[in-house]
Design a protein around this ligand. Structure first.
Ligand code: G6P
Length: 490
């Protein structure tokens, strides 16, 4: 808010993302409110609450149309409005081509490089382009001034920056790519690689979580477009427009709102253990993610199996609670992963468990923030074993949840968060035996060592919080906006 008041006092802020921060669904004849499982939403919602702008997103809930005004807007959060949510409606056909097709069958596996083959269909690309145009048109329609600050979020909207630039040449367009950017060889697989780069370079700023992804992006532009790249200034000049390419490591609000209503750590443990009928002495490993093949869920289960094989004394005394929110369930890759995880867990529980003891609990439903924080607080260790991840906010949320300075974070070296969270036990998720040893290390770690590590982790996350992330992005946006205005005024 400070950056906005001091650096962008008269600026209108418009944010666009595919996923909306509040979903209204119809359940048993009643309207139910859901906050979706999305790293993007958990990072940006507090920012939008602070800066009161307009958030444009796809209205995907079954009751979303029932609660909007005649301009398709609703003031949110519903229990204490702070900003406007402007909902865009997509037909099933549009969703299939743009969201499931090009974004999640194409760009998602392409950018994560996790050995799931990207699928590129011409019809998906056409839908992606058309939907990007639809969102760009909504941005232009919502803009009340000729030079708003437009915050474009993620891989669903690579073409939006150029489309908005064409209509609002004086806008400051800040695009943040929440997932990794691959190297030019991998990126070259995409049949529309030039159009995607051209679209993104309509932005004033393109942000990634880490420098490595900025370098990959710049190298891709260098390979496929005629442009001038000034690496020392992190800038790309292309078609008369200069774009700044910069890392902005995303984070969470500090302290997280969900923490305020949590009971003590001991109560959280008691609740979790009694809810699942477990012995009060049971130790808990916890994982929290969407059921996604980039998250390494099966890989952590394989490591857990090795832990039991090597240290059989844990059988009966240790449980892995895996919260796995259903995600993109109509895509075959996600359905197959779900079936594989279920089959693995059933076989595992048959082998190591009995009717009173199920060593892996696969909780494959949507959980609200409060239940997720209870699980974090109950954990002896939290396992984040993504095969590749832009940042990973679960790691940061776990740290934020542990105001008792206990609990161990096991973190994949392939998550952007591993560059900051150096006091985690850093693991290679492709190496189950090393991950099993990290689990053993975590659950036998003395309290003093846990406290020292957690204390340092909490210092990092509390300082590098999401307001700092947004502040850095907006400060760069403000600087470019001032420069443009100065140039225009001669
Ligand atoms: C990742 C993406 C977000 C997305 C989220 C949930 O975090 O970067 O853009 O919202 O996954 O995925 P979904 O497809 O359910 O929105």
């Amino acid at each position: 808010r400070h950056v906005i008041e001091s650096e962008l006092p008269d600026a209108e802020i418009i944010l666009v993302s595919n996923r909306e921060p509040y979903i209204h669904n119809l359940k048993n004849g009643k309207v139910e409110l859901i906050v979706p499982a999305s790293g993007l939403v958990s990072a940006l919602e507090p920012v939008m609450r602070a800066c009161a702008g307009t958030w444009i997103a796809h209205g995907g809930g079954t009751a979303d149309r029932m609660v909007v005004d005649r301009h398709d807007r609703i003031e949110v959060p519903p229990d204490g409005p702070r900003y406007t949510l402007s909902r865009v409606w997509l037909s099933e056909e549009e969703q299939k081509g743009y969201y499931l097709g090009f974004a999640n069958d194409g760009l998602w596996p392409l950018c994560h490089i996790v050995f799931t083959r990207p699928i590129f269909r011409e019809s998906d690309w056409e839908a992606y382009r058309a939907v990007n145009q639809k969102f760009a048109d909504r941005i232009v329609a919502e803009a009340r001034t000729p030079d708003p600050v437009v915050l474009v979020q993620d891989y669903h909207f690579a073409l939006v920056p150029r489309m908005v630039r064409d209509k609002l040449p004086d806008a400051t367009i800040v695009t943040f790519w929440h997932i990794p950017w691959p190297n030019p060889e991998v990126f070259s697989i995409c049949p529309w690689r030039e159009q995607i780069l051209d679209g993104l370079l309509g932005s004033s700023v393109v942000g990634f979580h880490i420098q490595f992804h900025c370098n990959n992006f710049t190298d891709s532009v260098d390979r496929f477009l005629e442009s001038r790249i000034e690496r020392e200034h992190s800038s790309i000049s292309y078609g008369g427009q200069t774009t700044l390419v910069h890392p902005y490591p995303i984070s969470i609000e500090w302290p997280p709102a969900a923490l305020a209503t949590q009971p003590t750590v001991q109560e959280c443990r008691d609740r979790m253990l009694s809810r699942h009928g477990l012995d009060p002495q049971t130790k808990l490993l916890v994982g929290v993610e969407r059921l996604d093949y980039t998250k390494g869920i099966l890989d952590r289960f394989l490591a857990f199996q090795q832990l039991f094989e090597r240290y059989p004394e844990w059988v009966g005394k240790l449980v892995f609670v895996q919260i796995a929110a259903p995600s993109r369930g109509t895509l075959p890759a996600y359905r197959e992963l779900h079936a594989e995880c279920r089959a693995f867990v059933d076989a595992f529980n048959r082998r190591f468990g009995d009717k009173d003891y199920q060593p892996i609990l696969l909780l494959d439903q949507h959980h609200n923030q409060s239940d997720i924080y209870t699980a974090y607080r109950a954990a002896d260790a939290c396992v984040v074993s993504s095969l590749h991840d832009g940042m990973n906010l679960v790691a940061k949320e776990f740290v934020a949840s542990r105001d008792d300075e206990q609990g161990v974070l096991i973190l994949s070296t392939f998550a952007g968060a591993s560059r900051e969270l150096l006091d985690a036990l850093i693991v290679n998720p492709f190496d189950p035996s090393a991950m099993a040893e990290a689990m053993q290390h975590a659950i036998t770690m003395p309290e003093d060592e846990q406290r020292e590590r957690m204390h340092r982790l909490r210092e990092v996350v509390s300082t590098n919080n999401v307001y700092r992330w947004a502040g850095a992005l907006l400060q760069d946006a403000a600087r470019l906006r001032k420069r443009n205005r100065a140039v225009e005024n001669g």
